[in-house]
Design a protein. Structure first.
Length: 137
């Protein structure tokens, strides 16, 4: 089965959850592509390096801008706090990368619209995962 190279921006709680999901997807579904955990990115070098080792990522990085523009990255999974989603997702779209952002989505409607405009202009596949859609917290 062909592989798809995944970059994950964010390594804390949601980064751990997304890492697990990428590793487990074939146990629950029949994807056409096998996810390859290529690179995980976070601000703190020590913590992201540790996360890469614990969570099964091939590489780690501390600059998301470099990660989203890498030619060997096919999908950018944004698992950061909502206030940073738009900037990362827009940069991924401009680099012609597919993207996924977790909920909660960006903090304003204007940022959400900017993300949508960027992915439509680039013609790339995108999605937002609404993990807590039915949880009142």
């Amino acid at each position: 089965m062909p592989e798809v190279n995944v970059a994950l921006v964010g390594y804390a709680f949601m980064g751990r959850a997304h890492s697990n999901a990428w590793r487990q997807v074939s146990r629950f579904f029949s994807p056409r592509l096998t996810p390859r955990l290529k690179v995980i990115c976070g601000r703190d070098q020590g913590n992201v390096k540790k996360a890469a080792s614990q969570l099964g990522w091939e590489e780690w990085a501390t600059d998301w801008r470099e990660v989203v523009s890498r030619p060997d990255v096919d999908i950018v999974d944004v698992a950061t706090p909502g206030d940073s989603h738009a900037e990362i997702a827009i940069a991924a779209a401009q680099a012609a990368r597919r993207s996924s952002a977790r909920s909660p989505s960006p903090t304003t409607c204007a940022r959400r619209r900017a993300m949508l405009k960027a992915v439509r202009k680039a013609g790339v596949t995108n999605m937002i995962c609404h993990n807590y859609r039915r949880i009142p917290a």
